[in-house]
Design a protein around this ligand. Structure first.
Ligand code: FAD
Length: 457
């Protein structure tokens, strides 16, 4: 029997796509410059079907690309080398909320916002909150080790994965970890798979640790005349006051400009050089209000133009919509864009931002910087209305961004992964010894090199 017939025998004709038009959406993710048509797309309904698909593909020496919801920004889910796409979108159930042990067991295709809603209805909290949470899957988050604004206080996806069920190349099913918080026995295998970007296996069940949902929350928007002043305030909040907000985000003037243009909504103090978006959470409204007042007073002392308190859910939602809109807005308001997701020590944010603006000037590009001021993760959007010119400088620009970040002792992928887009820089960023060790892990788990080829390593 040929491959198509075997795959159809596993998932059924309805869930095997081979028509180029039906498959077109599976040939890309949210990185705009990479497309590759899949050999076929399968949409399995459960672990057994995933395992059977993996066994058949292995037997036929056909590469496989796992796919969550295709919101990745580094081409991770793009099926290079004529891969079969295994889309986990039908596996989207919450299997169990274990309130006693504060754990949730889910299928990988579950949308992250649905996960939040399900556990919050039980008074529990899953903190990781990528800006794409309304459209990305938890499987994709585990594969990318995704982060979000709350990483400052609560950490990233990695810190919540308690167990993984993984289908390995060839179809073998393995379970790593369990419904417990501590285990010192053996190498920490779940953590080898977290952030592996589909290059080692396919997650089919994910167990996540939960914490109690903080009952109170307060959000502040604080405009500063310059990004340097905003940055000084970040240091003063964290080191001077020694308080830890749940969220400490920044947006520069260009970010606000593009968000306003894309959403058609005015932002308060839009002309400011830098905005901080601060969120406190805690056990009572009094507790978070006291923290907010302290931080507000400090920021005014440090030159803030105002301290705006989100007094209603609607106002809070508006602030967050604007923050979450920036990335998409950079794309929709320009003819060509390239994003970088850089991570530096937070004291180096002004230096990094100034280096990025310098590169923008040199290449005649607009630059928007925004992101997670509290943990030093800066998103940089380079934009141009002249797509042809942009493409001609892109390779040089990317190499210069990498060098400028490494010069500051930083990392070139804070949370968006490596995929095929940043793969060429892995050796430069991590060094040959680390790369060689990663290659030997890959070789041990996927000796035939069939899992998501062309990505990460
Ligand atoms: C507007 C926007 C905002 C974003 N904001 C953030 C942000 O704040 N923080 C952040 O970290 N990211 C952010 N992202 C990036 C993206 O949403 C994340 O990388 C997300 O985790 C991808 O999830 P997905 O389900 O779309 O995965 P996909 O794009 O489908 O896949 C991503 C990678 O995971 C692998 N994969 C997917 N599912 C599985 C599985 N079950 N088993 C094994 N491998 C699998 C794929 O092979 C691929 O390598 C943003 C993206 C957009 C478009």
């Amino acid at each position: 029997m040929n491959l198509r017939a075997l795959l159809a025998g596993i998932v059924g004709d309805r869930y095997l796509l081979t028509d180029p038009e039906a498959m077109a959406g599976y040939g890309r993710d949210e990185y705009p410059r990479v497309f590759s048509s899949p050999r076929a797309v399968v949409l399995p309904a459960g672990t057994e079907e995933v395992a059977a698909v993996m066994a058949v593909c292995h037997e036929h020496r056909v590469p496989v690309t796992p796919r969550g919801r295709g919101t990745g920004l580094t081409g991770g889910a793009v099926p290079l080398h004529d891969s079969v796409v295994v889309s986990l979108e039908r596996m989207e159930r919450v299997l169990e909320i274990d309130e006693e042990n504060q754990m949730v067991v889910v299928e990988p295709g579950l949308i992250v916002k649905s996960l939040h809603d399900a556990v919050e209805a039980c008074g529990l909290y899953y903190p990781p909150d990528p800006a794409s949470l309304e459209s990305c899957s938890i499987g994709g988050n585990v594969a990318e080790n995704s982060g979000g604004p709350r990483a400052l206080k609560y950490g990233v996806t990695r810190h919540y994965v308690s167990a993984l069920e993984v289908v390995l190349p060839g179809g073998r099913l393995c379970r790593y970890g369990g419904k417990y918080l501590k285990n010192t026995m053996g190498y920490d295998l779940p953590h080898v798979f977290i952030g592996s970007e589909g290059t080692l296996g396919i997650f089919t069940t994910i167990t996540l640790r939960l914490i109690p949902l903080p009952p109170a929350r307060q959000d502040l928007l604080i405009p500063f005349p310059s990004l340097e002043r905003a940055s000084r305030a970040v240091t003063a909040i964290l080191n001077g006051l020694r308080v830890l907000p749940a969220v400490l985000e920044f947006m520069d003037a260009a970010s606000i400009r593009v968000a306003e243009k894309a959403t058609g909504k005015e932002f308060p103090h839009a002309g400011a050089g830098g905005h901080l978006l601060v969120q406190f959470d805690g056990s009572s409204p009094d507790e978070v209000e006291a923290l907010a007042v302290k931080v507000g007073e400090l920021c005014i002392e440090l030159g803030a133009a105002d301290v705006l308190v989100a007094t209603s859910t609607a106002m809070r939602d508006r602030l967050w919509q604007a923050r979450r809109a920036v990335l998409e807005a950079c794309k929709t308001t320009s003819a060509a864009t390239e994003f970088h997701d850089l991570s530096v020590g937070k004291a180096n944010i002004p230096r990094l931002v100034s280096a990025m603006h310098g590169l923008g000037e040199r290449h005649g590009l607009e630059v928007a910087c925004f992101g997670h001021a509290g943990d030093g993760n800066v998103h940089v959007g380079f934009m141009s209305q002249d797509a042809g010119k942009f493409e001609s400088v892109l390779a040089r620009l990317n190499a210069e961004v990498v060098e400028a970040t490494l010069d500051l002792g930083g990392a070139i992928s804070g949370e968006h992964g490596t995929g095929c887009v940043k793969r060429e820089f892995v050796g430069r960023a991590l060094g040959q010894a680390e790369l060689a060790l990663m290659q030997s892990i890959k070789q041990a788990i996927d000796p035939a090199g069939l899992m998501n080829p062309g990505k990460l390593i």
